[in-house]
Design a protein around this ligand. Structure first.
Ligand code: C2E
Ligand code: MG
Ligand code: MG
Length: 701
């Protein structure tokens, strides 16, 4: 313990300094007081010795008979060195010794003088009964001095001892009152920190030394503040944790949490051979629902479906909301297809049950895609991949349910898998095709029906697959759209078409217009106008020669938004056409607000025009609309003369179709243009190779 205390003391520099200060101060103070006292004491002793010598001399001289004084041998000793006794008349009675040596003393009027050798010269003037004595003595003080010195040394030593004791007492006191309690406090703080294991430390007990209470108080209030803020942080963290893993509208787990749970479910399924089923549930026509009733009602609908799903699926492991109107359900411990179908039916009838909201009676239908684990997945031994696959499979099944008419369920099957595989392969092939320039732009001419003059052409992309040959754009454009590649591909098509048409202008066909198909993805991408204007600038094609064809379903997707974009494009000087008109249920109210210059009647209505009275009515109606809204009408898919004649009679402006020409590469299109109107070309059924049309089927002048 002493060693411990010493260690602490030796490590405490302030304590050491304090001890030294105490030692020095106490020692100095003692010296300051004691040394003068010793000095005085020494002098008093010397004075007493001198007085004693004088008294004994006085006694000898004045109390002894005069005869005895004659014998001065006894008198003149080591102390008395000179003696002069005179009678009342002043005559010397006795004169002995070396008085003259004291003349100096007599001269100064002093009675004593000290010398360095420890001897004091003294001159006494004594008088008794008219006898006068002058005595000179030399008194040795060496002995006294030695004694005084020894005494002084003893006193200094004692002072030093006292000072040391005072310093030790100070150190002890400091240790007891300061260092030890501080060490205790530090130990408590350390223990509190170490026990906290990274959390906020616990408060400490108050130390016995009251002086340190303030310190402990400060520490404890710091801890309290930290605990408070840590509690707040915890609440915030819990909230953030919840928000990060839950959907704010339905409070169901979100995609992030679903992915995590799915991974664990797959792991568990693999380890314990426990099957499970994934249901993807998607509201049908939710966009329409939102547009019709507003987003607030749409949100309420989604929340209601989420609630219903959750209460219905209490016995089921997870219900999560993946996207706007898409939910996912995981049912564990089964992969029985019959019971999956039963559950899917229950989900559908649950969704379709009416729902009252602010006076509206709402009904929502859902489509369900189902995939079973492990039946429907490849055993890849990677739980993440397998999880991804089962959800993708359910998505494929859901897509199937949607394209088969919605409000139904589909179980994933092998056929879907092969379609999916083919689609994935096509996506990969498309990527390669973009890199290897496997695309080409073909041109299908359009003629003015009345004058038979070529007005321009439609640019149609062609993909020459290295092994499959020509792949229809109807097959690969949707895949390119879904994979986002249509942006790059679309830009390439537009630039190529503009460049080649500009070349045809330079070759003498200066009035040719070019129509380029624009996909919905490009249209909603937000970069269409800058991309088009750059292409036109780079190829030096004036905007009025370019027409963008946008399908009716694309413009009707979000008409309010589309109106703005169309106005921007139109202001730029571009022509705008609604493609495949008649198939997308156009709202006429919107049509009149679209700054569109051309309507292209869909091929489907032209094909049977000579036999189907409904198609005739539709074509007449579209032509009427075109006239009313001052738009040109193009009939596409004109395959024979009868159709062209019919359209001419009906007053249709422009025709496009195999009867005029199939789409062709630019070089052949140039040759075709050079021969028109003297001849036209026919394309063989094997592909897009252009061969001259037999004279019987020629038309025009
Ligand atoms: P679309 O824009 O309506 O193009 C007209 C389609 O009808 C073309 O098919 C054309 O070859 C075909 N066609 C024209 N006249 C006749 C005819 O008399 N009889 C028949 N049976 N067919 C005729 P294609 O080139 O296969 O294109 C199909 C669709 O693919 C296009 O329909 C368009 O929606 C899309 N597409 C084609 N090229 C592009 C493109 O460059 N970009 C985008 N985004 N889509 C394109
Ligand atoms: Mg088109
Ligand atoms: Mg079309």
């Amino acid at each position: 313990m002493i060693r411990n205390a010493l260690d602490k003391l030796s490590s405490s520099r302030p304590a050491q300094k304090l001890a030294v200060v105490v030692l020095c101060s106490v020692f100095t103070a003692q010296l300051l007081i004691l040394l003068p006292l010793l000095w005085v004491r020494h002098h008093q002793t010397v004075d007493a010795l001198i007085a004693q010598e004088r008294n004994s001399l006085q006694n000898i001289i004045f109390l002894s008979p005069p005869e005895s004084l004659r014998n001065t041998e006894g008198l003149i000793n080591t102390a008395l060195v000179g003696l002069l006794i005179t009678d009342s008349a002043g005559n010397p009675v006795i004169a002995e010794g070396a008085l003259p040596e004291f003349e100096n003393l007599a001269h100064t009027g002093k009675q004593t003088s000290s010398s360095v050798s420890g001897l004091i010269d003294v001159l006494w003037f004594l008088e008794h009964n008219e006898t006068r004595v002058l005595a000179a003595a030399r008194i040795s003080t060496s002995e006294l001095l030695t004694k005084s010195m020894i005494f002084t040394v003893l006193v200094i030593f004692a002072s030093l001892l006292i000072s040391l004791i005072a310093a030790i007492v100070t150190l002890w006191g400091t240790n007891r009152a300061y260092i030890y309690p501080m060490a205790e406090l530090a130990t408590s703080l350390r223990a509190s920190r170490e026990n906290s294991k990274g959390n906020v430390p616990e408060k400490i007990d108050y130390p016995e030394t009251e002086d340190l209470n303030a310190l402990a108080d400060e520490f404890n209030s710091l801890i309290e503040a930290q605990q408070r803020s840590s509690r707040q942080v915890k609440v915030k963290q819990q909230y953030l944790e919840f928000a990060a893993h839950h959907d704010p509208l339905t409070h169901l787990p979100n995609r992030l949490m679903f992915e995590d749970k799915l991974k664990r479910t797959v792991l568990n399924a693999l380890e314990n051979s426990e099957p499970f089923i994934v249901y993807l549930v998607d509201l049908d026509n939710f966009k329409f629902f939102n547009d019709q009733y507003g987003h607030l009602v749409g949100d309420k609908m989604v929340a209601e479906i989420g609630n219903r799903l959750q209460s219905m699926m209490q016995d089921i492991d997870l219900v999560a909301r993946l996207d706007g109107d898409e939910f996912v359900v995981i049912q564990k411990n089964t992969d029985d297809r019959q019971s999956a179908e039963e559950i899917a039916r229950r989900i559908m009838s649950m969704a379709i049950a009416p729902y009252e909201y602010r006076g509206f009676t709402l009904k929502a239908a859902v489509s369900v895609g189902i995939s079973c684990f492990p039946k429907d997945v490849n055993d890849s031994h990677d739980e993440e991949l397998m999880g991804e696959e089962i959800v993708n499979n359910a998505a494929v099944a859901l897509q199937e349910a949607k394209s088969n008419g919605k409000n139904q369920y589909q179980l994933f099957n092998e056929k879907m898998r092969s379609r999916l595989t083919a689609r994935i392969r096509m996506e990969q092939d498309l990527k390669l095709a973009l890199q290897e320039n496997q695309f080409e732009v073909y041109y299908q001419p359009k003629i003015d029906i009345a004058s038979r003059k070529v007005t321009g052409a439609e640019a149609l992309v062609r993909w020459k697959h290295p092994t499959r040959g020509f792949v229809s754009p109807e097959e690969f454009v949707p895949v390119a759209e879904e994979a986002g590649m249509i942006i790059e591909l679309g830009e390439w098509i537009l630039r190529t078409a503009c460049k080649e048409i500009r070349k045809l202008h330079q070759l003498g066909f200066g009035n040719l217009h070019i129509a380029v198909n624009i996909s919905t993805v490009q249209f909603t991408d937000g970069n269409l106008l800058p991309m088009v204007s750059k292409a036109l600038k780079d190829t030096k094609l004036p905007p009025r020669f370019l027409e963008l064809e946008i399908t009716e379903s694309a413009v009707m997707h979000d008409p309010e938004e589309v109106i703005n974009s169309l106005h921007e494009l139109s202001r730029f000087g571009l022509g705008l056409a609604i493609d495949d008109f008649g198939t997308g249920y156009s709202s006429l109210a919107y049509l009149k607000r679209f700054p569109v210059h051309t309507l292209k009647i869909d091929r489907a209505f032209i094909t049977d025009i000579s036999s189907d009275s409904d198609d005739v009515a539709i074509v007449e109606a579209v032509l009427g609309l075109g006239k009313h809204f001052n738009m040109k009408v193009v009939a596409e898919g004109v395959e024979d003369e009868d159709q062209l004649t019919f359209l001419e009679i009906q007053g249709c402006d422009i025709a496009q179709g195999y009867f005029i020409s199939k789409p062709m590469p630019v070089a052949i299109f140039l040759a075709w243009l050079r021969k028109w109107p003297q001849g036209t070309y026919e394309v063989s059924d094997q592909g897009d190779n252009v061969v001259p049309m037999p004279p019987a089927r020629r038309f025009g002048t």
